[in-house]
Unconditional design. Structure first.
Length: 152
């Protein structure tokens, strides 16, 4: 059974879900809520909320939480590559594709990033277009811009 709790942030309410001792979802207001989740703040969710608050307060640059990444093997590889992008840096979709061994796979990377259910913690906001422009983000481009500016 998934547990879910909501936290206030500078970009609005953030929902965080966990199951079996690992974070499974982090989502913004207006995004789909994990099906079958019950509203209960567990110790893990409280810690995740604390780390998110530290991130927004510029006191945390990396998260130390158990994650449960659920997706295809390619998606999981993509998300692991996202976790390697340092705080304050960006990569293009093409650069990520090359790192994954598929130089012409920028579109596939974009699709995998779109399926990332643990945004911010798995930092898909750090991926930009080849020209450096902001493109695509489940929470919306204003939130992506906010997160990137926060990390400058």
């Amino acid at each position: 059974m998934k547990n879910l709790y909501y936290y206030d942030s500078p970009v609005g309410k953030i929902g965080i879900a966990e199951e079996d001792g690992a974070v499974t979802d982090l989502f913004f207001k207006g995004e789909a809520v994990p099906q079958g989740a019950q509203l209960e703040e567990t110790a893990l969710l409280k810690e995740a909320g604390k780390q998110i608050a530290e991130y927004f307060g510029k006191k945390r640059k990396a998260f130390d939480l158990p994650l449960k990444l659920e997706g295809t093997e390619f998606q999981k590889r993509d998300w692991q590559e996202l976790l390697k992008i340092p705080y304050g840096e960006t990569r293009s979709y093409g650069e990520l594709a090359k790192a994954l061994g598929i130089p012409k796979g920028a579109r596939a990377v974009g699709l995998a990033n779109n399926r990332n259910r643990i945004s911010i913690i798995v930092p898909c906001h750090r991926v930009v277009g080849a020209d450096g422009k902001l493109v695509g983000y489940g929470g919306g481009l204003p939130i992506k811009e906010f997160l990137l500016n926060l990390e400058k």
